[in-house]
Design a protein around this ligand. Structure first.
Ligand code: SF4
Length: 506
């Protein structure tokens, strides 16, 4: 894993989403780094969400167009496929995210293939390194088979992992059922484990307009930069320095660094380009990262949050990768769709982890225990209540048998829980994690706010994409989709397990 040459990071000025300008900048970068695409060339953007309301959350299509055209410019005939692949934020069909982000006409124009990662076979990647969370993880076939992998994240803050640059963009190289495994207080370790699947030959981040504060609904922050590099750790370290974050304080970077994936110290990284690191830092002055505890986040609103320690409390006293962060993103999504959300929200108490303090809820106020690890006992509006942890140990979650949770099933399940909770002392939302989508639905049903999934501008496109996704995966199952990862099984070893697209449609 150790880089064989000094990792290089290139900082370039770019103040417009002009595909031709970006093409020239990226072509220069590829030349400078001596890189040419070869074989199956796969570009991984960050399209976690899409559309006008989320326009600062995703790698812009103009940026990807510039990258794709630069790769074509550098192709000396060795490239056999040029593709863009992603699994967007869970439960939304990726084909909808690509459409909403304006990728489809661009891909057609450029002549690049599109992969929706939840619609392709998933390949098992065995892990053997010390400190791994599990012995195997799954990734979509185009990722496992990529000969030239290009990572194109969006430069953003993140409420669970401080930042989302190059390494964190890997959360989109798993389909929903595998992505949600270990997406909890060990999320940073999961991200470090994902690095063993593939390392990018080239990285280019969309930092023309960066995203401040959050990841799904970030505040636009003009940085006017295209940053490129050939080593993921060095790349993320420089991005951290730009916004004044010590890369050693970002756990997933530190874990991968300790495993030899690359340097974090600036004296081991070559920095080039027409923008100096000092100038980049000047532009980023005041950039706010995420990482706000949920209690603080909801101060001054109708929601009061209480967070105790997750399991493995010797590792952390707060679940940075799971339920508490998900509710912060959920409320911000709803605020975009319903400006009266905060006024509509009734007094609600949300509880995470093994919380030990009082919950001063008045009679009739909502009390919700969120996540399998929520645990509490005490007095709730005059009633003695005992809530037990439902947390299942990590080793009981086998990725070979992971199941997809359908959004419409989730919607029905959350609604049933809210209805069943009427007149009861509290509601319990189960899961580890309870996803952003489920927490959005809970808040919708609790407050009467507009449901984003039923928003007239979104619902037709969503349902169309949903049906197409289901049809595509059903057809693959009917056809059997024979697949083996080329060369993945070393001589004398078993071939990798290949998992069909979606067990929910069996
Ligand atoms: S249930 Fe939620 S809060 Fe608890 S460990 Fe899992 S993700 Fe974290």
């Amino acid at each position: 894993m150790r880089p064989t040459r000094t990792p290089t990071v290139i900082l370039r000025h770019c103040d417009a989403y002009d595909p031709e300008r970006i093409r020239g900048i990226v072509r220069d970068g590829l030349e400078r780094l001596g890189l040419r695409p070869r074989g199956r060339t796969l570009v991984k953007p960050n399209v976690v969400s899409s559309g006008e309301l989320f326009k600062h959350a995703y790698t812009r299509p103009e940026f990807i167009e510039g990258v794709l055209r630069a790769l074509q410019d550098r192709n000396d005939g060795a490239m056999t496929e040029l593709a863009v692949g992603e699994r967007c934020g869970i439960t939304i069909p990726t084909r909808r995210a690509f459409e909403g982000a304006g990728y489809n006409p661009m891909l057609e124009r450029v002549g690049a293939k599109r992969y929706c990662f939840e619609e392709v076979p998933q390949v098992e990647i065995p892990l053997t390194h010390a400190g791994r969370l599990r012995d195997a993880i799954f990734t979509p076939e185009p990722v496992a088979s990529a000969d030239f992998f290009v990572n194109c994240p969006k430069f953003k803050a993140h409420p669970w992992t401080t930042v989302t640059f190059s390494m964190k963009n890997y959360i989109g190289i798993q389909d929903d059922r595998h992505r949600l495994i270990d997406h909890d207080h060990r999320l940073n370790e999961k991200i470090a484990d994902l690095q063993y699947i593939v390392q990018p030959e080239f990285i280019a981040i969309d930092a023309i307009t960066a995203g401040e504060g959050r990841m799904l609904t970030p505040v636009p922050f003009p940085l006017e930069l295209v940053v490129m590099g050939d080593n993921q750790l060095a790349f993320d370290a420089v991005c951290c320095h730009i916004i004044g974050v010590d890369p050693y304080t970002v756990d997933h970077l530190r874990f991968a660094h300790e495993r030899g994936f690359g340097p974090l110290d600036l004296d081991q990284i070559r920095i080039e380009g027409d923008v100096t690191l000092e100038e980049a830092k000047r532009r980023a002055k005041g950039f706010k990262v995420g990482l706000i505890r949920v209690e603080k986040y909801f101060e001054g609103t109708a929601i009061t949050a209480y967070a105790g320690a997750p399991p493995d409390s010797e590792k952390t006293d707060y679940c940075w990768g799971g339920c508490p962060g998900a509710i912060e993103e959920a409320i911000e999504i709803l605020r975009l769709f319903d400006e009266k959300l905060d006024a509509k929200m009734p007094r609600t108490h949300v509880v995470f982890g093994a919380y030990e303090g009082p919950i001063p809820a008045a009679p009739g106020e909502n009390v919700v225990f969120i996540g399998d690890c929520a645990k509490w006992s005490g007095d709730l509006a005059g009633k003695t209540v005992s809530v037990d942890s439902l947390y299942k140990p990590r080793e009981t979650k086998d990725p070979h048998h992971a199941k997809h949770d359908d959004i419409f099933v989730k919607m029905a399940s959350v609604l049933a829980k809210v209805r069943a909770g009427k007149g009861q002392a509290y509601v319990r939302l189960e899961g580890c994690p309870v996803s952003v989508a489920e927490q959005v639905l809970f808040l919708v049903f609790a407050s009467g706010a507009k449901n984003p999934l039923l928003d007239p501008t979104e619902s037709i496109a969503f349902n169309k994409a949903y049906v197409q996704w289901r049809l595509a995966t059903t057809m693959q199952r009917v056809r059997g989709v024979p697949y083996q990862r080329p060369g993945a099984a070393p001589r004398g070893e078993a071939a990798p397990v290949v998992d069909a697209p979606d067990p929910a449609v069996r």
